[in-house]
Design a protein around this ligand. Structure first.
Ligand SMILES: [Fe+2]
Ligand SMILES: [Fe+2]
Length: 349
């Protein structure tokens, strides 16, 4: 068997990127993850040294320890599935995500990646489908797994934080705000599982109201007119309407949807609430929301580098964002990506 060896990076996270780049037909999965899954409803491929992909296993054929050993012998770390079979692949993955997260053999980076990609797939579905009903049971299950994962220790929080995206899609942003918020929440000492699940649910749905905003408006480059801006702001009210029948019994999740554009100093929308009226969970979501928006490519603005985004946020302390939560964000960034960029006076704010 001739196989590629270049996947053997010290930091497989860097290699395991499922971002679809042009002409990129295959997405990778670590072999440990495949082993932890009973079966996968998609064909699995192997990448050869010459860069070509060959069929390794038909859909639903079990992947056994002996298979893994053989692959390890040949220094294979990653297998691949076709992006065109992504729905089938993620359905299998979601069905088995509890075992994957509980597994002791899968690396934290890989777990974070599996969760992140499964969530992207799910959020993409609830934003893109014409059906208004939110896939609430599937989302709750994924959020529970995020919570179990971030409670597994510092390394998991860091792994989630290291996943960052630079293309702006509402669904990608939703997952980012969820993952950043959960890591931040644990960091500031929120340890209660139910509370964390509510944060996960509220943040993943925080922009669900954008389903009702025309895509041309969301993707409009340049400034919005007064009327367009007023309509855009309505995504908060639409979000409340869409989410209430599904998660209305969860006051923390609903508060996040309702208040994520309120400012620390009362100059936000829709209700101009001030800091004492914004619960801690909402203040966490706001910091995560601003950070994700700044570091993402949007129709009307380029993605800022992490350091620049943090500098911009530093100027928003006490106006838009909570100083203590911002400090934790800086700390998380320094831990996740130690290096010259993180060396600055940022944490002294
Ligand atoms: Fe929003
Ligand atoms: Fe947002």
């Amino acid at each position: 068997m001739t196989v590629a060896t270049k996947e053997r990076a010290d930091h497989p996270q860097a290699e395991v990127s499922w971002e679809a780049s042009e002409g990129d037909e295959y997405a990778p999965i670590a072999i440990e993850s495949l082993l932890a899954m009973a079966s996968v409803d998609a064909n699995v491929y192997l990448k050869r040294d010459d860069g070509r992909f060959v069929l390794y296993r038909y859909r639903n054929l079990p992947f056994l320890l002996a298979d893994q050993e053989r692959l390890i012998e040949h220094r294979v770390k990653l297998l691949y599935f076709r992006r065109s079979e992504k729905k089938e692949f993620f359905r299998s993955l979601e069905g088995q995500i509890d075992q994957l997260i509980a597994s002791t053999t899968i690396a934290a980076d890989e777990k974070a990646n599996l969760l992140y990609q499964s969530s992207l797939n799910l959020v993409e579905q609830f934003f893109e489908s014409s059906d208004v009903a939110i896939e609430v049971q599937r989302t709750k299950r994924l959020v529970s797994n995020y919570v179990s994962f971030v409670l597994q220790g510092d390394e998991s929080g860091r792994s989630i934080f290291a996943l960052s995206g630079h293309d702006y899609y509402t669904y990608k942003h939703s997952v980012e705000v969820c993952t950043y918020s959960l890591s931040l929440a644990v960091k500031i000492g929120i340890a209660d599982t139910e509370r964390l699940r509510s944060i996960g649910l509220g943040t993943i749905y925080h922009d669900i109201g954008k389903k009702r905003i025309p895509k041309e408006l969301i993707n409009k480059p340049g400034r919005l007119s007064e009327a367009e801006w007023e309509l855009m702001k309505q995504h908060v009210a639409f979000g409340i309407e869409l989410a209430a029948p599904e998660i209305g019994t969860d006051p923390i999740a609903m508060a996040i949807i309702e208040n994520h554009h309120e400012d620390f100093d009362g100059k936000g929308y829709l209700r101009s609430l001030k800091e004492p009226d914004l619960i801690q969970e909402v203040r966490v979501a706001i910091v995560a929301d601003v950070f994700s928006a700044l570091t993402s490519e949007r129709a009307y603005s380029r993605a800022h580098r992490t350091y620049d985004a943090l500098m911009i946020m530093k100027n928003l302390i006490g106006k838009r964002i909570d100083p203590d939560i911002f400090r934790e964000l800086v700390m998380m960034f320094r831990e996740a990506q130690p290096g010259p960029e993180a060396e600055s006076g940022l944490s002294k704010s």
